[in-house]
Design a protein around this ligand. Structure first.
Ligand SMILES: [Zn+2]
Ligand SMILES: [Zn+2]
Length: 366
């Protein structure tokens, strides 16, 4: 009995420890940490037990799962990719109309760790992974960049895989549609919802704004109807609402093609595939001269771009990312960040990108 238990612990234990590592980095709960630590001690004790009794077959199997666990951990370690070519493009021309304005609508926070966000991130550093919608007011029609968690997020989350739900601790705020209504927004001004990409946490609130067209690239439109839980919420949106656009414009800050939404350079979209096939970066220029790059989930934390660190191996594989395309898109954004520090990079889930952008709903509004 003792031999069977020690063998099981030494062989299967490392696989369970990998699962608890994933759970803790995604949702730093004390229970996951305590269970993982206890399991780690039990594995070491089991190792010592089977070595002392010279159970070589069990030890061989245990060695295989121990190595697998160490390789899995390596997927979280720092591994910066090489620097790309520097950028020589000038700052693009823009004539944003004086009536333009930019607001953030905080719609939720996931409590995670930096180890979940990027390779080299610490499991002991908490990361408040915000989920926001961004409203761009423009005289040709307002644009909502992503919609954040909406009124139906609970049922959408309930349909996610069990392991994903266990590793996710979403604290929802008021949905974007309700925030707009609470401050007396005139919904007929809202012309488009523009998606950085079609993952659940960016499209959930789209259904709360039922008559607004949803702008997507053709690649992202196809991706929506492929299987996969991260894009299931997008599949539930009325298909007639999706409106494709093409990259009919020229070079823009190192990207070969672009799309100038209103022809005045105030909202320019470029393709940045990798996280999903049709992910984009949305550049917004305000009449004050302030410039923003809404990069969606190209990186989850700004350090990803500055230190050239991708998402950890497990997260990237679970999301089905294209690693070559991710690196290429990240290189282009890194070059922009290095040459034009005045362009504010806003990674969707990094709260630091939104500092200074006013909230749509002033504090105190019920
Ligand atoms: Zn995403
Ligand atoms: Zn996201």
């Amino acid at each position: 009995m003792g031999a069977a238990l020690a063998g099981l612990c030494a062989v299967i234990g490392p696989l369970l420890l990998g699962a608890f590592t994933m759970l803790y980095t995604g949702r730093p709960a004390v229970g996951f940490l305590a269970t993982g630590a206890t399991l780690g001690i039990a594995i070491l004790a089991a190792d010592a037990w089977i070595i002392a009794r010279r159970q070589w077959v069990t030890l061989g199997l245990a060695l295989a799962t121990h190595v697998a666990f160490l390789l899995f951990l390596k997927g979280y370690s720092a591994s910066p990719f090489p620097v790309g070519a520097s950028l020589s493009d000038p700052v693009p021309q823009a004539s944003p109309p004086a009536e333009m304005a930019l607001y953030v609508l905080p719609t939720g926070v996931n409590h995670r760790t930096a180890a979940f966000a990027r390779r080299g991130g610490s499991p002991w550093e908490k990361w408040e992974s915000v989920s926001n919608a961004v409203l761009v007011e423009h005289p040709q029609g307002d644009v909502l960049i992503d919609a954040g968690p909406g009124r139906t997020i609970r049922s959408q989350s309930g349909a996610m895989p069990r392991l994903f739900r266990l590793a996710t601790d979403l604290e929802q705020s008021r949905p974007a549609a309700d925030q707009l209504a609470a401050a007396g927004y005139d919904f007929k001004h809202l012309r488009f919802i523009l998606l950085t990409h079609a993952h659940w946490d960016h499209v959930s609130g789209v259904r709360d704004l039922p008559s607004v067209p949803v702008l997507v690239t053709s690649a992202e439109h196809r991706f929506i109807y492929q299987s996969g839980f991260p894009n299931a919420a997008a599949r539930a949106i009325d298909p007639k609402r999706f409106q494709e656009y093409g990259f009919d414009g020229g070079r823009y800050l190192g990207f070969d093609h672009s799309h100038d939404l209103y022809g005045d350079g105030s909202i320019t979209i470029v393709p940045a595939p990798g996280h999903t096939p049709g992910s984009v970066v949305v550049f917004v220029t305000l009449p004050s001269g302030a410039r923003y790059a809404f990069v969606g989930d190209l990186v989850w934390q700004l350090e990803g771009l500055i230190q050239r660190e991708e998402r950890p191996w497990l997260e990237a594989r679970m999301l089905g990312e294209d690693p070559v395309a991710v690196q290429e898109s990240m290189r282009r954004l890194s070059a922009i960040a290095a040459r034009f520090p005045q362009i504010r990079i806003v990674a969707s889930h990094d709260p630091r990108g939104y500092v200074g952008i006013p909230q749509w709903l002033p504090s105190g509004v019920p």
